[in-house]
Design a binder for this molecule. Structure first.
Ligand code: ADP
Ligand code: MG
Length: 432
């Protein structure tokens, strides 16, 4: 039996206005349906527009083009029947658990005994029995997140939208909450008909979803729609589970590579507009070293190396991409392969590494080369933060400009090619 979709999204496009008046295209050509009984995952790196899409579905924002249809009606303003769970909830500290959950119902204008009855029911369902009169400060992070779930479930929504609901929790708590949620869902105990789960965690998506939509960035779009046919309860160590995780890794890195490749191929001196991701220099050299060493000998499977370094994809991609921009590695098809220079780096001592790194940084990361040239040319060899921030803001948002400058400062400090004074907000060649 094929029921009509709960939610139907066609050709959705969304953009924001940039400070310079230009348009930042965040979502383009989004098609998505959610049917009764489905958990659909939106999987992608941060900035790919997942939260924006949830806001469109929840009626908190309007698409620039295309349509969002909920139960046959175009969404205009928050529809009753769609509730949202966030990464962390703003619980009111002066209200008890029960009162915090009841809040979710107050807008519905129900009689007060009905409100109380439903709130207690939601609290019991989500495993908060006995905590009705506790205050948020008395609860652990996991319990607070359960209050958030109860507040969303108490309205008996048709669709539950979840935006990275487990990512602020420690590993064990997150897993317990996921499993509890899946148990209730598969036993049909949750008062909901369909779920959209936003995540950047591949394993979480494979564990929980019936379908996974893989998002690409710039602009956010759906690259792939994957069915997950594994029976529940799913085991992370099951070979079929691992194989699917691996396939998704390959999918995501294959799409991530061309953009970084293009950036790497730009001649030095241009490409200041490239947004740099903050990465730890320890991770950069750590990843180089790990890939250079046995058993990998210069070439490794990204999922394998990620697991062995205990990295998440949001950490792994920027590191691998920065190595690619620096031309110490190539990333393609789920693999990372060191270049000859990358292999050389791994074999050097600390001082020699810094020299090689400095050379690659100045030659291949345009912003670093630019800052160094400006400092070299100025008689005092100093320039304020705003000198570069203003320039970058012609190419990107102020937030992206700040992020890129912070990232290049870390790289520049590590390579000792320039210094930055955090208090005076000044770049210099002082004792770099
Ligand atoms: P994700 O949830 O996948 O991490 P988001 O939907 O939060 O991505 O953001 C996608 C892009 O849209 C980002 O580049 C972000 O900076 C931008 N963005 C989100 N909301 C706004 C806004 N209100 N104004 C301007 N830009 C925004
Ligand atoms: Mg988000």
């Amino acid at each position: 039996m094929d029921s009509a979709p709960l939610l139907d999204i066609h050709g959705v496009r969304k953009s924001f206005l940039k400070p310079d008046g230009g348009e930042l295209l965040v979502l383009d050509g989004i098609d998505l349906t959610l049917k009764e009984g489905e958990i659909v995952g939106l999987l992608g790196r941060s900035g790919s527009g997942k939260s924006t899409l949830l806001r469109l579905i929840a009626g908190l924002a309007e698409p620039a083009a295309g349509s969002v249809t909920y139960l046959g009606n175009e969404v205009a303003g928050p529809p009753p029947g769609i509730a949202m769970v966030f990464q962390s909830f703003a619980l009111f500290p002066w209200l008890t658990v029960l009162e915090n959950v009841q809040l979710g119902l107050e807008a519905l204008g129900l009689p007060s005994d009905e409100i109380r009855r439903r709130a207690i029911e939601a609290i019991d369902l989500i495993g908060l029995d006995g905590f009705e009169s506790a205050y948020p400060r008395e609860l652990s992070g996991g319990m607070r997140q359960r209050v958030g779930f109860a507040r969303a479930l108490v309205v008996h929504p048709n669709i539950l939208l979840m935006d990275e609901p487990f990512s602020a929790l420690d590993v064990l708590t997150a897993e317990t909450l996921r499993t509890d949620f899946l148990d209730l869902w598969s036993e049909g105990q949750l008062p909901i008909k369909g779920v959209i789960l936003v995540t950047h965690n591949i394993e979480e998506a494979v564990l929980m979803c019936d379908r996974i939509l893989i998002f690409g960035s710039n602009p956010g779009r759906i690259l792939k729609d994957l069915k997950v046919e594994l029976p529940h309860p799913r085991a992370r160590l099951d070979p079929d589970f691992r194989e699917l995780v691996e396939r998704i890794y390959v999918e995501m890195t294959a799409k991530a590579a061309p953009a970084a490749q293009k950036r790497a191929e730009r001649p030095a001196g241009t490409g200041i507009g490239t947004i740099l991701a903050p990465v730890s220099t320890n991770l950069l050299s750590g990843l180089l070293e790990a890939v250079a060493a046995p058993p990998y000998e210069g070439e490794a499977d990204l999922p394998v190396i990620a697991a062995s370094l205990q990295l998440e994809i949001d950490e792994l991609f920027p590191v691998a991409e920065t190595l690619q921009m620096l031309r110490f590695a190539e990333v393609a098809g789920g693999d990372i392969r060191l270049t000859a220079e990358g292999r050389r780096f791994a074999g050097l001592d600390t001082d020699e590494r810094k020299r090689l790194f400095a050379q690659h940084l100045l030659n291949h990361i345009a912003l670093a080369g630019h800052i160094r040239r400006v400092l070299d040319e100025r008689p005092e060899h100093r320039a304020p933060w705003s000198r570069f921030a203003d320039e970058l803001e012609d190419h990107m948002s102020p937030a992206a400009a700040e992020q890129s400058l912070r990232a290049v400062i870390d790289l520049g400090r590590y390579a000792e090619v320039f210094a930055y004074d955090d208090e005076k907000h000044v770049f210099s060649l002082d004792n770099p």
